[in-house]
Write a protein that binds this ligand. Structure first.
Ligand code: SAH
Ligand code: SF4
Ligand code: F3S
Length: 524
């Protein structure tokens, strides 16, 4: 495999970004060489997302481009990985014959073998080129075998702090795979399979290794991360180690832990990582499910200074009727009570979320209820999505997608405008305070940041060549973006990956502006 150039492009969520990192490490160990230009690659891999139609069309257009290269006689091997591979399955091979390899998110440990088979022989049979879980992961008999292989992939990850293009100081660790929630609009329970929790010792081991390799920030990943729950003494793998474990079901959150059972709850896991991996200066987690978020978690967040007081807890809608149709499992009042509880225990917490507009049957009154939620609750930002009917989900079978696209678009824009006001209010409350900022990049101050905040795409060009004046950009523990001038007498680049302190002087809907507190830099 020595030196075979590979191009890997990732679509979708943080879970996919992590999967791509694991795939990259796995293939690099086998001698593949990663390149930034797909035209230079002999192997092109797309790690895809199915959550909305738009995400799929982007990937299909990339697949089309590779198809043209192949039609012109170029020798390129095309692999489609991730949720879209799992959702489309063999249908994709029928419609896009240029696809050589298909690998679902639950089968990524098998990718090298699939590539190998496809590279060795153009005529490799479908069985050798395709690895999909189907709904196998929901049949508990084979679950542990499938998940054990994946577990090896997570555990064998090579975190290379010097790898190009990666943010050295920041890493992600999966604690839960899959999802058991079945929100009616969502493909994830089908593409990622059943909820499976990783043994706490594995998670901690991975965090320690990442810290040893230079990470100071770790984000724990799970679709409903607060549902993490590991019951000890259940399943043991060969070698006496604990194995990943299927989630206990939602009822588990309505009862106490039974006497005599040893359970690692999400709160306990957070506490353990905080205490056992002190080199991690920022421990964060996404995505929180607004129900079953116990006070024990908030109390651990309050008592552990290195756990970020930041919650990404999507409301999805402010209308009880729509929440019901979505099968979200909570009412608006319950969501509001959850937020109230958060700020009671953590007054300086920040809150972010996701909202879907134009869900089937959403009336003006339903939409107004969502607007009201965005006006009244202190969301620092919300990602706002237009409902996209997804094949295979409950909603597409049960409800007509009856909100016209034009109405979805108007509601999206209206909500973005409201969110901008709310974001301004939330950001303004930080003016006058001094906050720790994890520095992420240097930029020329005339340009603007490159990430999406409140659903608005911003542009931020990092400049390699030194401009006359440089500024720094980073994030607070609450994930607020801070822009500040680099302190005099310090090479700004040297601060990337470090925590400095900034005094906040003014704020907008998207950014806090601050001045670096020099003694804090010196003391870091
Ligand atoms: N597990 C997370 C989110 C996973 S998907 C949670 O439950 O919050 C990320 C976001 O995509 C969701 O929060 C939802 O707002 C959005 N989304 C999912 N399916 C969608 C669909 N069919 N159409 C539009 N947005 C969707
Ligand atoms: Fe999808 Fe709901 Fe699971 Fe989130 S909780 S991944 S929205 S089914
Ligand atoms: Fe997309 Fe799959 Fe993530 S559908 S949002 S890549 S879990």
């Amino acid at each position: 495999m020595s030196g075979v150039p590979v191009y890997l492009e990732t679509f979708g969520c943080q879970m996919n970004e992590l999967d791509s990192e694991l795939v990259r490490g796995q293939l690099m160990r086998l001698g593949y060489a990663f390149v930034d230009d797909p035209d230079q690659a002999q192997v092109v891999l797309f790690n895809t997302c199915s959550v909305r139609e738009h995400a799929e069309s982007k990937a299909y257009s990339r697949i089309g481009i590779v198809g043209k290269r192949k039609a012109q006689g170029e020798q390129v091997l095309l692999g489609v990985l991730g949720c879209m591979a799992e959702r489309d399955g063999l249908d994709m091979l029928r419609r896009y014959p240029q696809v050589d390899v298909l690998c679902g998110p639950g089968e990524l440990d098998r990718l090298p073998a699939l590539l190998d088979a496809a590279r060795r022989s153009e005529a490799a049979s479908q069985v050798e080129r395709v690895a999909l879980a189907g709904n196998r992961t929901r049949r508990s008999a084979v679950l542990s075998a499938v998940q054990d292989d994946l577990e090896t992939l997570d555990l064998s990850r090579a975190f290379d702090p010097d790898a190009e293009g990666r943010r050295k100081h920041s890493a992600q660790v999966r604690i839960t795979r899959g999802c058991n929630k079945f929100c009616t609009y969502c493909v994830v329970p089908y593409t990622r399979g059943a909820e499976v929790h990783r043994p706490p010792d594995h998670v901690i081991e991975e965090c320690k290794r990442l810290a040893d390799a230079g990470a100071i920030e770790i984000t724990l990943l799970g679709q409903t991360v607060n549902h993490y729950r590991y019951e000890h003494g259940m399943a043991v793998t060969v070698g006496g180690r604990e194995a990943p474990q299927i989630g206990p079901g939602l009822a588990a959150f309505r009862s106490e832990i039974p006497a005599g059972k040893r359970v690692t709850t999400f709160a306990r896991l957070l506490q353990r990582i905080h205490d056992e991996v002190p080199a991690i200066q920022r421990l964060r987690f996404v995505t929180s499910y607004p129900r079953d978020f116990g006070r024990d978690i908030l109390e651990v967040m309050r008592d552990c200074p290195r756990i970020c007081r930041y919650l990404h807890a999507p409301a999805q809608s402010g209308s009880d009727r729509i929440l019901g149709l979505m099968n979200r499992g909570y009412t608006r009042a319950e969501y509001e009570a959850f937020v109230q509880g958060v700020f009671e225990v953590l007054p300086d917490a920040t809150l972010a979320g996701d909202i879907i507009v134009g869900f089937p049957g959403e009336t003006d009154a339903d939409f107004e209820a969502t607007c009201d939620l965005v006006r009244t609750l202190p969301f620092k930002n919300n990602f706002i999505f237009k409902y996209s009917p997804r094949p295979g989900t409950i909603a597409i079978d049960r409800f007509t997608d009856d909100v016209p696209d034009e109405v979805k678009r108007l509601r999206n824009n209206q909500l973005l405008a409201l969110q901008t006001h709310t974001s301004e209010r939330v950001h303004a409350a930080w003016v006058g305070r001094t906050v720790p900022v994890l520095v992420e990049e240097c930029y020329a101050p005339s340009t603007a940041p490159s990430r999406t905040a409140g659903g608005v795409e911003l542009r931020w060009e990092s400049r390699e060549a030194a401009p006359a004046r440089k500024a720094l950009r980073g994030r607070t523990p609450g994930d607020l973006i801070v822009a500040m001038d680099a302190p005099a007498g310090t090479a700004p680049e040297s601060l990337i990956g470090h925590i400095v302190h900034a005094h906040i002087t003014n704020a907008s809907a998207l950014l806090l502006h601050g001045a670096c507190v020099p003694e804090a830099v010196a003391a870091r």
